[in-house]
Design a protein around this ligand. Structure first.
Ligand SMILES: C[S@@+](CC[C@H](N)C(=O)[O-])C[C@H]1O[C@@H](n2cnc3c(N)ncnc32)[C@H](O)[C@@H]1O
Length: 224
């Protein structure tokens, strides 16, 4: 896999997968996008609806660990316990990850970012008081996400045009099956087919304003 570190419009780094010609985040701002889509419209939405409850979270596409770091920081700030399970088919080396400027841009978190990256794959690890991490190495298509297990899903695969196999009704069905009643699914994409498929799978689909550079994003909720 060939990747290059790039700098996005908010000053935060991302990666360019040169083989796919696909970036890991929006070029309009990696931290801005992750915060808007996954933290504000996903994690915080769920925390507001269910104050003080521990959260089981599933991420499709661990990537740079930016979503994990932002979530760890929210968990420590709020005092709400997060059990974070992330699937990744192509883990980055620490040599690459340690060049990413997220802790500097976020004003802290260097040690936690290192712990997140150096935690063992396929083990449950306690990264900080309120943040437990299980990174699973494997192809998401072949991982069983279980049933009725997740409160929040960060759906952060590469885009539907580059990775259509992770945006099929069958794959989405597997993810939706893993969601508990009242669970929240968020993604940066707002494709019509995605919204129709999520509705077919029984979720209540909302189209929300996207982060800078993107008109819309999707949040979809399992009935409580
Ligand atoms: C958009 S990036 C994720 C960005 C990430 N959430 C972050 O915070 O940096 C998509 C990720 O999905 C991973 N990926 C691609 N195909 C996959 C598959 N079949 N199963 C699991 N992960 C996959 C890629 O290696 C990449 O890390």
């Amino acid at each position: 896999m060939s990747i290059e570190i790039i700098t996005t419009a908010d000053g935060s780094n991302s990666l360019l997968h040169t083989g796919l010609n696909e970036t890991y985040h929006s070029v309009h701002g990696a931290i801005r996008e992750s915060t808007h889509v996954f933290i504000n419209h996903g994690l915080n939405e769920w925390m507001n609806r269910h104050p003080r409850r521990a959260i089981d979270l599933l991420e499709i596409g661990f990537g740079t660990g930016l979503n994990a770091l932002l979530t760890q920081q929210e968990a420590e700030k709020s005092g709400i316990h997060v059990r974070y399970r992330a699937i990744e088919a192509f883990p980055l080396t620490w040599e690459v990850a340690c060049k990413l400027n997220y802790p500097d841009m976020l004003g802290g978190g260097k040690v936690d970012f290192q712990k997140i990256h150096l935690s063992r794959w396929n083990f449950d690890e306690q990264v900080s008081d309120h943040f437990a991490l299980a990174k699973l190495e494997g192809d998401a298509e072949h991982v069983d996400f279980g049933e009725n297990r997740n409160d929040v899903v960060y759906f952060d695969a590469f885009s539907p045009s580059k990775q259509p196999e992770l945006w099929t009704l069958a794959f989405l069905g597997k993810v939706v099956k893993s969601m508990k009643p009242g669970a929240v699914f968020v993604t940066y994409s707002a494709k019509g087919q995605l919204k129709r498929d999520l509705a077919v799978l029984g979720l209540r689909v909302e189209t929300l304003p996207g982060p800078p550079g993107k008109l819309e994003m999707v949040r979809a909720c399992q009935e409580a």
